[in-house]
Ligand binder design. Sequence first.
Ligand code: FES
Ligand SMILES: [Fe+2]
Length: 370
Amino acid sequence: MSAILADDRTVIERLLNHIDRKTTDMSEDVWLEPVEHYTSVQRFEAEIAQVLRRTPTPFCPSAALPEVGSYVARNAALTPLVAVRGSDGVARAFRNACRHRGVQLVDGTGCKKALTCRYHAWSYGLDGQLRGVPDEHGFPGLDKRRRGLVPVTTVEKHGMVFITQDPQGTTETEVDVIPDFFGPDWRLLSAVEQEFDFNWKIFVDGLLEGYHIRSTHAETFYPRQYDNITVVESFGRNSRVSYPYRSIEKLRSVPAAQRRAAGSLTQLNHLFPNVSVATFPTHMTMAVLEPLAIDRTLLVTYTLSNREGEDEAVQKGRDFVTQGTAEDREMASAIQRGLATRANDAFTFGLFEGASRHFHRNLKSVLANP
Ligand code: FES
Ligand SMILES: [Fe+2]
């Protein structure tokens, strides 16, 4: 665990105290976020160029690249990329375009011995080096060493593959502050892509507070979870919000040193700017919110488990979470539609919504210091 984040025992103690006193963690101040930041194309373009492309961002879990030649291709910050595991075991990411006339080399996911272009069959090794050019004499002076796939800065840590498209020199420290989420025993169960009609930040905001649980999740999460009781922590530009289940009560009779978070609370980690890693009793998710346009977002959800074999409980747990998060997406779409009313100049994030404040503050500061 990261040194900045509290251990299980401390988080549970704080949650039980909040339950007893009917309190919750509160931020220092209310935050007003200009609504224009969700509607301005100029702001959107700045977020893409100055934040999403410059921040080390989890691209996929390590478990999505389980063997030599495994690859994952998708857009990140509007740029088609491919991550692939080399024969040396190293995960690398490249811009997904052939160096002849630019055809995208692969789609989706799979496993290959080499990346061969379907147009004229130029072929690249798993390390991105240009290996084969049919009838090479047609390209006098071609220096194959300089025509490998264009690499993107890649770091594999904490069970995830981080990419930085336009590194600004701070990559390592930002990644180091993140805890080890997925050890080698975590397997990928599924990767699901869904497109939605809302701005990416609207959905981030919804993940970061427990103030809406009773009214939005009345029949899903609320029967099992407390409303508006959270422990909110930050680590670097990231946040962790702990949401207690009603079953946390059982831990009152467990000696403090033996109390474990697993099964008694969900911990939602927001990895700045657009990724969440969340814990559930039967599995974990890593979700990437890929902005496609100012009002369109691709949600890529990776589900991982460290349990042995096929498990009915995992399926049940996933169905339950899917039902609840569908309610969050409905709210995000409703906020997006509400933008057109121009009723609000700013959205008010109250004292219970401190993790959103942390997010918007950091976004603002990164944009102000490009
Ligand atoms: S575009 Fe890829 S080989 Fe020609
Ligand atoms: Fe929610």
